[in-house]
Design a protein around this ligand. Sequence first.
Ligand SMILES: NC(=O)c1ccc[n+]([C@@H]2O[C@H](COP(=O)([O-])OP(=O)(O)OC[C@H]3O[C@@H](n4cnc5c(N)ncnc54)[C@H](OP(=O)(O)O)[C@@H]3O)[C@@H](O)[C@H]2O)c1
Length: 246
Amino acid sequence: MDDSPRQKTLLLTGASRGIGHATVKTFSAAGWRVLTCSRQPFDDRCPWPGGEGNHVQIDLADPNNTIAALEAIRDKLGGTLDALVNNAGISPKGQDGARLNTLDTDLRTWGHVFHVNFFAPVVLARGLKTELAAAKGAVVNVTSIAGSRVHPFAGAAYATSKAALVALTREMAHDFGPLGVRVNAIAPGEIETSILSPGTDKIVETLPLRRLGQPAEVADVILFLCSSASTYVTGTEIEVNAGQHV
Ligand SMILES: NC(=O)c1ccc[n+]([C@@H]2O[C@H](COP(=O)([O-])OP(=O)(O)OC[C@H]3O[C@@H](n4cnc5c(N)ncnc54)[C@H](OP(=O)(O)O)[C@@H]3O)[C@@H](O)[C@H]2O)c1
């Protein structure tokens, strides 16, 4: 009989760049199997094993496409899911990188942002609840400092979607808890990825730790929330921001 521990599985959205890319590397190094999702087919340059077979191409902005992808994801999972990390996110800008505020964001853009940043996490978590419950798994929603205060570069659609994602984390922690599934959020501040805007260096000068965060530092907190080190933690949001919120 094989009594070696079962390999854990993570389903991660937005794996192709930035925080998501670092999260694949961190979980793979910790021995996890990682199923990745993004709009693009698997890129052979990605440096992790079994990548192509573990990749699902989804456009999370399209709810029908996301719902349809659940079947392919379930087939790859084979009954258990230890962690779902809803990391994919978009933050559209106006001309020359201008902040899109509540007066000038058109409704189509606002809806697009909500589909990727908010509704996709709902569809994935609900659609995979049986697999999450079977593993007594964890969900981590990637929110933002912009969800709790006006940010000089993040637009209103982005900020409101992240505030809604914090509320969703609370509601899901309540509803998924009886299934044995924990649901938490992490709120990054200024992390060195392509989502940042020119001028971020001015914000960084004011942070208590006086530096940008690295994607791997965010990935470490995500791993903590999916690991046996946090089995009594649910319904919370951890700030990963060098003290930007103080
Ligand atoms: N960087 C920061 O300072 C910061 C701060 C606060 C919060 N965050 C949050 O952290 C998360 C990751 O941010 P990041 O900076 O790493 O972003 P990023 O470098 O811009 O990467 C975004 C990821 O989301 C995926 N994505 C975007 N639209 C998608 C769609 N329609 N369908 C499927 N996937 C889609 C992208 O994949 P493809 O383009 O390949 O499809 C990409 O992998 C986001 O939720 C963001 O809001 C970041």
